[in-house]
Design a protein around this ligand. Structure first.
Ligand code: SF4
Length: 364
């Protein structure tokens, strides 16, 4: 058991140590060279910290003790830890995860066994600054950005769970959890590079989707990274006035600007683009709303995902009736727009779209 003094000493020491996963591969090589060790040792250390989930330098079996001791003096390997796991009646699993500084985030596993599709939904920020009017996360404000390794850890934790339960790893990754990924740009791009790096996780970029509330210039910047990932735009209304009512970001990133950015993204990458559209009863689910959406989608190779809204006590919204959703979808189909209706998953554990952050953050 810790005495007050030793715990304090320990915490002081830990706070002085740098997270070794903040270093790029080249920086790690430089550190080892500076310590007068051969460069190839960097590859070994890199594999331990990124592929084998070690939390202690002494677990690095093939790294000489002298190197481990030197690294220990300057670095630590903090990891995201599982605090709570909740499984929904439909198989969706929500992971409450604790970061090294005590902040909490959530990641969700969405298994679809019949399609052999196992998707993890990862968070990119603690909270979110955008305050969309239907989203529990937005009520928290932005607390801090996640580091790339904190995004990778979410993937690794859920991947291991998937292996244990289904005997196979994850097949897809979506950046659709807490936060706006494009407002935490550097770490998110770093996490995408690590996920797709054959020497780290080696996931095909085509199995990764970044979802944004719509930051036009960052969408274009993301296209320039050359990562062949998919993009989802949280659209929710194809009318500027209506969209601004529920998404303040639309005031500075209007629909025309977003469409230009999406064209650019598609021209550069030729990957999948989708519109997420939460159907809110008597707000954005009329025939006219569907027609406007069909016009907006015209010429863009998009798939529209209509999402059933999950009631959140904080807000007055109600989800659309089922026959309204069907009619809405039919109008789009008649206009040759590809459309799916996504029935919500994990509602009973608050893991569905717009519900993250209801536990443990005082947001609901
Ligand atoms: S919907 Fe996304 S961007 Fe909007 S507040 Fe929620 S987490 Fe942030």
């Amino acid at each position: 058991m810790w005495t007050t003094c030793t715990l304090w000493d320990y915490l002081c020491k830990m706070s002085e140590l740098q997270d070794i996963r903040d270093l790029s591969y080249t920086e790690l090589e430089d550190v080892l060279l500076h310590m007068s060790h051969p460069k190839y040792r960097a590859r070994q250390v890199y594999e331990w910290i990124w592929k084998k989930d070690v939390t202690d330098f002494d677990q690095m079996g093939n790294v000489p003790k002298v190197i481990r001791e030197e690294l220990k003096k300057r670095y630590q390997i903090p990891h995201v830890e599982v605090e709570k796991v909740q499984t929904s009646s439909d198989g969706t699993v929500k992971f409450g995860l604790r970061l090294y500084d005590g902040q909490m985030i959530e990641a969700v596993l969405i298994p679809v066994e019949r399609d052999d599709r196992y998707t993890v939904c990862v968070s990119s920020q603690v909270g979110c600054s955008l305050s969309c009017k239907f989203c529990a996360t937005g009520t928290m404000g932005r607390i801090r950005n996640l580091k790339a390794q904190e995004i990778l850890d979410q993937y690794r934790i859920v991947d291991r769970h998937c292996e244990d339960v289904y005997g196979r790893g994850l097949t897809n990754v979506v950046y659709m959890g807490m936060g706006e990924p494009l407002l935490n740009y550097g770490p998110v791009v770093r996490s995408l590079r690590l996920l797709t790096d054959p020497g780290v996780q080696g996931i095909s970029p085509r199995r990764i989707t970044v979802s944004t509330a719509g930051v036009a210039k960052m969408i274009m910047r993301l296209a320039d990274e050359g990562l062949k990932i998919n993009l989802a735009l949280s659209l929710h209304a194809a009318d500027d006035a209506k969209r601004s009512e529920i998404m303040a970001i639309n005031d500075s990133n209007g629909l025309d600007e977003l469409r230009d950015a999406l064209y650019y993204f598609y021209r550069e990458l030729r990957t999948k683009i989708s519109f997420e559209y939460i159907a809110l009863r008597d707000f954005n689910d009329s025939d006219e709303d569907a027609e406007r959406l069909a016009i907006y989608a015209r010429g863009l190779p998009v798939m529209v995902n209509i999402i059933e809204y999950n009631t959140v006590d904080l807000f007055h919204w109600k989800g659309s009736e089922e026959d309204r959703l069907d009619k809405f979808a039919k109008i789009l189909t008649n206009e040759d727009v590809l459309v799916t209706i996504r029935r919500s998953r994990g509602k009973d554990i608050d893991a569905a779209c717009g519900q993250l952050a209801l536990d443990g953050h005082g947001a609901g």
